[in-house]
Design a protein around this ligand. Structure first.
Ligand SMILES: Cc1ncc(COP(=O)(O)O)c(C=O)c1O
Length: 491
């Protein structure tokens, strides 16, 4: 039987179903020494069912599995809100250098001066990029950065004796979902501010909601519609005049990096998603890093640890004087931080400016190419991503956004984010990112146009898509309601 033949049923069988009793990947010699060196008898178990495969079978099995995945290294991955761009391999190389990667997380500061020096310099780079000088690299995800930032605001309000009275955080309905979730988790009441028909915050609604019970205004900028909030400076002035603080969700930084700084706009605190903007893919579900950058007034509350530099040039982990504390173990996702640092240093400021330029250019080019084929609820120039709606196809052809996404798989593309943001019906949220070439953007648009035409001529082919992938259309309702999460022996 060929290797492909042996692995043809890979989707329906697991390692447990393969091999044969007694088969082993390595031959470990029997222990002939002192029995005292063996694990205690009460910890030994008989009859534990483990896969029994030869080394070759295992390698072929996992190699076959790996080719069934789709990643940024396989092709365009225009997953809106995730910035799934191609990341330079040199950044991985630097982050996995043994001198960084093999350092023990509890190593004393004097033994990891090189790593600390890099982290200190990264803090300075992010301070410069955001215009907010107080930086902590500790949060391990965007949502954790948000929590850190909101807890810092809480401490600041407490310090000025205002916390008991200021219990609300205002969040526009175009915010990323983690924003209201974070505000609620930090113990605040969330007031949703509607967007106007043009996608900007409804200024009158914001004014009406502001008052001396408001702790903060929390905005995703650019927002989840891919739009720039044109009134942002006026909004922040109003927020400050009402005695509240301004929180910026800076996860969509690739739209503005090198051109616009949150600090210059008046924000008090912002978090970044290094795993979107700076060389670690987000959508793959791997580790992240969500540093917080703040004004000097909020510096005492930064999450621990921060990295400091003495006058003699020695680096150390430290804790801000009234820190919100640790959010997780050790120093954060240092591998992701190192990738970000390598990326920032290799592309330089000119490269960062080019990054945001290309991200915005690609999104607007795609917007123009697809414009006549899909509904565009907020029809104005976008920043790094564009949100179309499959409403026309649903109404005219009985084809849903879900079918469109599946049809894209048959055309060689990873589907975009669908049904998010929630304020767009049948949403198709597409982020081409700065690293897709003109040809790739055109090929994606051609696939989407082909799908719009197929919706008219042969809608069933979309209802039954995908046909070309190893696994076809899944019964997602059954998967959600009756999940099978445990291996069962074959009858
Ligand atoms: C705008 C925005 N804010 C916050 C987050 C949350 O980040 P994380 O998934 O790392 O918690 C994301 C994630 O995609 C995002 O796009």
């Amino acid at each position: 039987m060929s290797v492909a033949g042996q692995n043809a049923d890979i989707g329906s069988t697991l390692a447990f179903d393969r091999g044969a009793p007694g088969r082993r990947a390595v031959a470990v010699p029997r222990w002939e020494g002192e029995t005292a060196a063996l694990p205690p008898a009460n910890l030994l178990r008989e009859g534990v069912r483990l896969p029994e495969m030869s080394q070759g079978e295992i390698v072929r099995y996992y190699t076959a599995l790996s080719t069934r995945n789709f990643g940024v290294d396989s092709g365009p991955y225009l997953l809106g809100s995730c910035t799934m761009k191609y990341n330079p391999k040199v950044d991985d190389l630097i982050a996995t250098m043994p001198s960084f990667a093999m350092a023990h997380p509890l190593a004393p500061d004097e033994e990891i001066q090189g790593t600390l020096g890099v982290l200190y310099d990264l803090q300075r780079c992010l301070a410069e990029i955001t215009g907010l000088p107080a930086v902590s690299l500790a949060p391990a995800a965007g949502a954790q950065g948000e929590l850190a930032g909101v807890l810092m605001i809480k401490k600041a309000l407490e310090a000025r004796g205002d916390l008991a009275q200021r219990r609300r955080i205002l969040v526009p309905d175009s915010a990323h979902g983690t924003n209201p979730a974070t505000a609620a988790m930090a113990g605040f009441e969330v007031t949703e501010i509607p967007s106007g028909p043009d996608g900007d915050v409804d200024f009158a609604a914001l004014e009406a909601a502001l008052g001396d019970d408001v702790a903060a205004f929390m905005i995703t900028l650019p927002n989840t519609l891919g739009l720039w909030e044109r009134d942002i400076e006026r909004i922040i002035e109003k927020v400050h005049a009402a005695g509240a603080l301004a929180y910026g969700d800076g996860a969509n930084l690739n739209a503005i990096v090198g051109r616009m700084r949150h600090g210059d706009l008046g924000f008090d605190v912002v978090h970044l998603n290094l795993h979107k903007t700076f060389s670690t893919p987000h959508g793959g579900g791997g580790p992240g890093a969500g540093p917080v950058c703040a004004t000097p007034a909020l510096a005492p509350y930064l999450p621990a640890p921060i990295v400091t530099r003495d006058e003699d040039g020695t680096y150390a982990f430290a804790r801000a004087e009234d820190s919100v504390g640790r959010l997780q173990q050790f120093a954060g996702s240092v591998g992701v931080l190192l990738r970000a640092y390598a990326y920032i240093r290799t592309v330089g400021i000119d490269g960062l400016v080019q990054t945001s330029g290309n991200a915005v250019l690609n999104a607007n080019y795609l917007r123009n190419l697809m414009h006549d084929y899909y509904d565009l609820p907020y029809d104005r120039p976008v920043m790094h991503e564009v949100v179309f709606a499959g409403t026309r196809q649903k109404r005219e052809d009985n084809v849903r956004t879900y079918d469109i996404a599946k049809g894209l798989i048959d055309r060689g593309f990873h589907p975009p984010t669908v049904y998010f943001p929630l304020i767009v019906e049948e949403a198709l949220m597409i982020e081409p990112t700065e690293t897709e070439s003109r040809e790739a953007v055109e090929a994606f648009a051609a696939a989407m146009i082909d799908i719009a035409q197929t919706a008219k001529s042969d809608p069933d082919s979309l209802h039954n898509a995908p046909r070309t992938s190893p696994i076809g259309r899944l019964d997602e309702t059954a998967a959600a309601r009756r999940p099978v999460l445990r291996w069962q022996p074959k009858a």
